[in-house]
Design a protein around this ligand. Structure first.
Ligand code: ACO
Length: 437
């Protein structure tokens, strides 16, 4: 094939025999078709260029579908609205992992298996002691999950289905224990072991807030229900930055616990899962409703890189459906707690109202994302901001392991290895140190 750079700077592609060029089109069940470019460029002379992967489908997946223009999110075909309303987090976890909703018997068996794996190796307790008391819980989560690879490595054979399944279940089951212990350690509280009589979300909150001195402590059922829903809303979101990180790390055949630690690191950033923490910080800095116009002015002028955190999304160019459910959940939780006046919720709603009417946000199709309201609920439940992204990671572990398994089980799976446009110095002669000016 001849490739010719035209005057306008575009390449015109002309097959050598002069016949018209036809590239395979790949269609999924829903969503945009893709052009399969795998056979287009065999050598080093031409590659495709898509920084930030904004227009690149890196894999085929059957797990999650997003229609960003319409604001639709489906897990295995089921709308997020129905799942968050009618299912529990373990049910959604089963669905994401296995492709179908469980029967009652399958759910009980799945729940029992998860409970069987909630404990951590006792040596992990000692591992926590290596962290400074003021360590960020995300740093502890990332380090401790990575450390689990040392406990489950030689015994893991990634070519065996049952070993992959076991690694996935262990990760889902142990993540709340690690997350709760990171919280306890940072607060100076004793570690609380899992209580397998409790449901997933309730057990997680029990490990965070129970104290040996208060044996009658019971998790508020309103909080447990809200936590379950928050976990569902964060469970998976197709090929986002952290999931892609997990897939890329996993494509090398790396230990799955190490791959999930890589995903946790990617999630931590304020442009991704760290946004929920950043939203509350932003609300705190704005202070009250009277300051909203001035804050919006700064955002629009891009002063000091100020952004409206919790707004905007790479894929959603409409309301993030999770944000709507989160806002409702927030009002429900506050209502059930008898909180009639929550200044930060009112501030957030005022920001949303103004932003949705403002040309800057309208033209750029910037809408609230899942993180805009989640922090307000978590704060009302007594969870400190530094734990927000940790909770996100607990939930997203289900998506990460489902996507990791799907990737590794796909026939013809290869290592992920993007190309680049090199813009550095051309080859040059080495100059000895004494001769450098
Ligand atoms: N506030 C102000 N302006 C914004 C925002 C925002 N939150 N988000 C995007 N923009 C502007 C950009 O500055 C850019 O403006 P320009 O056209 O004048 O240059 C335009 O909108 C397009 O934005 P991009 O940065 O190109 O969008 P991208 O898809 O790369 O980024 C992202 C998406 C990272 C989510 C971005 O919207 C953002 O930083 N939002 C705030 C952080 C946040 O809430 N992250 C959570 C995402 S959801 C999640 O991970 C759970």
């Amino acid at each position: 094939m001849d490739t010719v750079k035209t005057e306008s700077g575009f390449y015109s592609l002309t097959p050598k025999d002069g016949a018209s060029l036809s590239l395979p089109r790949v269609s999924g069940t829903l969503g945009a078709d893709a052009i399969d470019i795998r056979k287009l460029f065999g050598g080093d002379d031409l590659v495709t260029f898509d920084p930030g992967f904004g227009n690149t489908a890196a894999c085929e997946s059957r797990i999650t579908f997003i229609d960003g223009d319409k604001g639709i999110l489906l897990h295995r075909g089921y709308p997020i609205e129905a799942l968050s309303e009618k299912a529990t987090f373990p049910e959604v976890a089963y669905l994401l992992l296995n492709g179908e909703l469980p029967t009652a018997a399958e759910l009980t068996a799945f729940d029992d298996t998860l409970k069987h794996h909630t404990m951590l190796h006792e040596q992990i307790r000692n591992f926590f002691n290596g962290f400074r008391r003021d360590a960020h819980p995300m740093a502890m989560l990332c380090g401790t999950v990575g450390a689990l690879s040392a406990f489950y490595h030689d015994s893991l054979n990634m070519t065996k289905q049952e070993h992959r399944d076991l690694a996935a279940l262990r990760l889902i089951a142990k993540m709340p224990t690690i997350a709760a212990w990171a919280f306890s350690y940072s607060q100076g509280f004793p570690f609380v072991y899992p209580d397998n009589r409790l449901g997933f979300a309730e057990n997680f909150m029990h490990m965070m807030f129970a104290l040996p001195s208060e044996p009658n402590y019971k998790v508020n059922p309103v909080f447990a229900k809200a936590m379950d829903r928050i976990l569902i809303l964060h469970a998976d979101h197709e090929q986002n930055a952290s999931t892609s990180t997990v897939r890329i790390a996993g494509s090398t055949g790396a230990n799955p616990f190490a791959c999930i630690a890589a995903g946790i690191a990617a999630l931590w950033g304020p442009a991704h899962g760290g946004a929920n923490e950043a939203v509350l910080k932003m609300l705190g800095e704005i202070g009250d409703k009277s300051q909203v116009p001035e804050f919006i002015r700064k955002v629009k002028n891009k002063e000091d890189g100020v952004k409206l955190m919790g707004f905007g999304h790479r894929v959603y160019k409409n309301f993030d459906p999770r944000a709507k459910i989160m806002q409702r959940t927030c009002q429900e939780v506050l209502g059930e707690l008898g909180i009639r006046h929550e200044p930060q919720l009112e501030l957030a709603m005022e920001l949303e109202r103004i932003a949705l009417e403002d040309d800057y946000f309208v033209e750029r199709k910037l809408y609230p994302n899942v993180d805009f309201y989640s922090g307000i609920i978590l704060k009302a439940m007594g969870i400190p901001t530094s734990m927000f992204t940790v909770l996100f990671a607990v939930a997203r572990t289900v998506g990460w392991v489902s996507q990791w398994k799907e990737m590794i089980e796909q026939p013809g799976q290869r290592i992920s290895r993007p190309r680049q446009i090199y813009t550095g110095a051309a080859q040059r002669a080495f100059v000895p140190i004494g001769e450098r000016g």
